[in-house]
Design a protein around this ligand. Structure first.
Ligand code: BGC
Length: 878
């Protein structure tokens, strides 16, 4: 009988309460106070509040698609405010909006059903490309205002998006709608105190907001999971002091983003995307080309103020350290500050951005008058740039300015580090040539951002000379051979038990497997209809709602366990409630199981109930805004404990693609426009999850998955320098400092080759350059001709090839179908892939399986983790 891991009681468990309470405490530290004239925190409790806006009651907890976590409940902002004692006096307006939204939702579902009938794509899949957009709110009337009996109003703007579709620079999406502008203008005029809340998963236009008089405070609360409403109320009332800082640049106008003209659907070409801005992404662009944003990278207010004093800067050939003293100089509120260190590299043969984030540190909660000393360090060679000409990371000679402050546009020059000659810090080979030429942007040196007093700071700064002869060059050995493993113990049938008991090696077990067995292991299990790929849904039968698993075909004879994988990143995505018959077969229970293969399910009147309630945590974008790696590690631990409870081995998260453009439909699932912050966050999330034995993360989508429209066939044209400095850098940091158990490739092509089939990406970079120890898997259906997903639309580029995944070192094809298995077997026969290549993939999967929580009494997953501080180090000093 199938074993299930869900609980049998519906009663809220202590674990659920503990996790939600923890999230409530942490979420406020991810919120960014954008504007405040002192109206926040709202002082009085037990007062009346007039609450309006699409997110007031229908608060968005996270985005749509696989990133949507099914939590037991979502506490909305209305409930959160009521829980801290406020009376909401605009219930009639909120009820009316509910009616409007529900009607719109019914219309939306009927439209999807009609589409589904017409083109055969299941409704569940259609929701991905066509997410429900909350309707524009009905007008606020004079009656609403008079009946609200209060001088304080709050308006909540909500936005939702998800995988499969990019956002639009339109009213009601990136732009505020006419209705929203009219309502905000009215409320700002009519109420004495008017607070605007942004319940959004990505950047929206703030110029319209800035142009309205009478807004007393604006706060970006983002999308904060199940207990979001409570967390928002805590921040509004000052129970939690917001300490988030922006992890993206908020432009004055969408057109200011360098990729705005050509991004995704904007130029009508969703087949080819040319990254002509090169390395000038986010603040690297805005500062270098001197464009003033509405809110700069790293910006965020508090309810209190801080002084940051640089005590000392030290540097040698290995490390740069900055000692800083931070003091809470306010007199009422406790608070936390984020110290940010940027460097400006000299302009040489390579042009450089005005500045780049080098390191950061967040203080403890400081009481008024309290101070903290911190030492923040980073590797000297992390200031290198990638030269395509030399195929190397290079520290070009000249002066490196070290800037310290609390946002990218509020820093002071603290020191100058001088490098006396060009130094190669790492020798690589160029791996990402494109047949098409980019028209790369280059800055004019004199037009960069500058601020009054900067020159004086530079003249007064302490100079540190580095002894460049002491810098070691890292040279990479590229290992192209995949040797065949020979069966050394033909007299014995080896099993995984032999590996766990150290009686044989993984290579010896691999050598005994047939090509058919290995092909099976390298393909996920969703192949219920034997001869077709036309299967939709979750494969994992004993963990319903999990997105997939590896094969259990060799469980009996080889004791090779199957790994279960479930989505994230905003928590663990499982089916919260399911039923089985008395024999343990799942009962069909639409729509919860609309993504499960119907062939595995029965109808029955005798039912056993199971529950898998998981915690919805703040979306990744919010987490990065905390700039607090301990906080993110704690979130990882919350997820990790739930994985262990429900027997999931791999979390299909964190997502870590770079926010190249604000319209990417999945930006909410990713952290930031900055690769260092992104890499640090993913490493911290991974360290949290992997602090428990046998389970791990799957960092995704490797790489350059910056666009959702035509996501499976989009060709991203990117220079090698931009790839290495921007789009791969975060992954490099996460791999080198946290060794995630697995990595998921992206759907898109990079310079003409599908990421899933790209040997240079998956072997030369990932294994040879970075020493990745886990396994790689494809994104879902990457190499599966599935008309129900792709429709019958013709695409400019062909689908990724299943055998080429194996050749490239993409070990596992998910969710998998029989065709994939057959194709791999045929490719070995035809010599397209060698036995050694298939064995290599098999071995890497078996390595992870052997360390997984599948086995009772398994030795803890031995994480050979370098310290997270390998990259950036923050410590308190006396
Ligand atoms: C998404 C992945 C996700 C997978 C499994 C895909 O559509 O792109 O991020 O992990 O589905 O649900």
């Amino acid at each position: 009988m199938t074993k299930y891991f869900g609980t049998r009681s519906e009663v809220i468990s202590k674990r659920e309460i503990d996790h939600e309470e923890a999230v409530r405490k942490l979420a406020g530290q991810c919120m960014v106070l954008l504007q405040n004239d002192g109206s926040l925190p709202i002082m009085a409790t037990n007062g009346n509040i007039a609450l309006y806006g699409s997110g007031a009651r229908r608060t968005v907890k996270g985005g749509t698609g696989s990133g949507d976590v099914n939590s037991r409940h979502v506490i909305n902002i209305e409930q959160g405010l009521e829980a801290v004692g406020y009376k909401i006096t605009t219930k009639e307006w909120l009820n009316e909006y509910d009616r409007l939204a529900e009607k719109k939702h019914e219309e939306y579902m009927s439209e999807l059903e009609a589409m589904s009938k017409e083109n055969g794509t299941p409704v569940f899949i259609l929701t991905f490309g066509n997410p429900f957009k909350e309707p524009q709110p009905q007008p606020i009337t004079e009656n609403d205002i008079n009946n609200s009996k209060t001088s304080t109003a709050i308006y909540v703007i909500a936005r939702n998006s998800g995988e499969g579709a990019d956002r639009y620079n339109n009213d009601g999406d990136y732009l505020l709608s006419k209705e929203e502008i009219a309502e905000i203008t009215l409320l700002a005029k009519e109420y004495e105190k008017f607070i605007l809340i942004l319940n959004v998963g990505g950047i929206i236009d703030t110029s319209a907001i800035k142009s309205i008089d009478g807004i007393n405070a604006v706060i970006l609360v983002g999308q904060t999971g199940s207990f979001g409403g409570y967390a928002v109320a805590d921040v509004l009332t000052g129970n939690t002091v917001p300490s988030g800082k922006l992890s993206d640049t908020w432009a004055a106008s969408y057109e200011d983003y360098p990729s705005a003209g050509t991004y995704s659907h904007n130029n009508g070409n969703i087949d080819d995307e040319y990254y002509n801005e090169g390395i000038y992404v986010g603040y690297r662009y805005f500062d270098t080309f001197n464009i003033t944003p509405n809110y700069c990278f790293g910006y965020g207010l508090s309810y209190t103020n801080f002084d940051i004093e640089v005590c000392e800067v030290r540097a040698d050939e290995t490390q740069v350290s900055v000692a800083v003293k931070i003091k809470n100089v306010g007199d009422t509120y406790d608070g936390k500050e984020v110290v940010q260190i940027y460097y400006s590299a000299p302009q040489g043969k390579l042009d450089k951005p005005y500045q780049e984030l080098a390191a950061f540190g967040k203080t403890n909660l400081l009481a008024p008058g309290e101070e903290q000393l911190m030492k923040i360090s980073f590797k000297t060679t992390s200031m290198s740039s990638y030269s395509e000409e030399a195929a190397s990371w290079i520290l070009e000679k000249g002066d490196y300015l070290i800037r310290v402050g609390n946002s990218s546009r509020n820093t002071k020059v603290a020191a100058i580090i001088t490098i006396d000659k060009d130094v190669v810090t790492e020798k690589l080979i160029n791996l990402f040539k494109d047949s098409e030429k980019l028209n790369l942007m280059h800055p004019t040196r004199n037009n960069m951002y500058k601020y009054p007093g900067e020159q004086e700071e530079i003249s007064a700064a302490k100079r540190i000379f580095i002894d460049t002869s002491k810098i070691n060059v890292v040279a990479i050995k590229y290992n192209t051979e995949k040797p065949e493993y020979k069966d050394n113990m033909p007299e014995k049938t080896l099993t995984m038990e032999d590996i766990l008991e150290k009686r044989a090696t993984i290579e010896e077990l691999t050598a005994q497997l047939t090509v058919e067995e290995m092909a099976s292991l390298c393909v996920g299990t969703m192949r219920m209809k034997a001869d077709s790929c036309d299967v939709i849904g979750s494969a994992s039968i004993n963990v319903p709602g999990a997105a997939g698993d590896t094969t259990s075909l060799m469980l009996d004879d080889r004791k090779i366990g199957n790994l279960i994988m479930a989505d994230g990143p905003a928590g663990l995505r499982l089916t919260p409630h399911f039923q089985t018959n008395l024999d343990g077969a799942l009962i069909v229970n639409e729509p919860e199981f609309s993504n499960l293969s119907a062939e595995r399910m029965v109808k029955s009147d005798d039912k056993i109930d199971y529950y898998q309630y998981c915690t919805a945590v703040p979306i990744a974008w919010m987490l990065s805004q905390s700039w607090d790696m301990e906080l993110i590690k704690t979130i990882g631990q919350i997820v990790g404990r739930e994985m262990l409870e429900f027997h999931v081995t791999l979390w299909l998260a964190p997502g870590m693609n770079i926010h190249r453009n604000p319209l990417c439909g999945r930006n909410f699932e990713y952290y930031s426009e900055d690769p260092l912050l992104t890499g640090m966050c993913a490493a911290a999330d991974t360290k949290g999850v992997q602090s428990y034995p046998g389970i791990g993360t799957t960092i995704k989508h490797f790489a350059a998955n910056s666009q959702e429209d035509n996501r499976m066939f989009n060709n991203a044209h990117i220079s090698e320098r931009a790839l290495r400095e921007i789009y791969l850098k975060g992954f490099e940091i996460a791999v080198k400092s946290a060794q995630p158990m697995s990595i998921m490739t992206s759907y898109n092509l990079i310079n003409g080759i599908h990421s899933a089939n790209n040997y240079d990406l998956l072997t030369s970079v990932l294994r040879d350059e970075w020493n990745f120890e886990g396994f790689v898997m494809t994104d879902w259906f990457t190499s599966q001709e599935t008309p129900s997903i792709f429709g019958n639309v013709k695409h400019k580029y062909p689908i990724s090839s299943s055998p080429l995944c194996i050749k490239a070192g993409n070990e596992l094809q998910m969710p998998g179908c029989k065709q994939n298995v057959d194709d791999i077997i045929a490719a070995v026969k035809d010599g397209v892939i060698t036995l050694g290549e298939l064995q290599n993939c098999t071995r890497n999967i078996l390595k992870v399986i052997s360390k997984s929580n599948f086995y009772n009494g398994v030795k803890p997953y031995t994480q050979q983790l370098c310290d997270l501080k390998w990259y950036v180090k923050t410590e308190n000093i006396k």
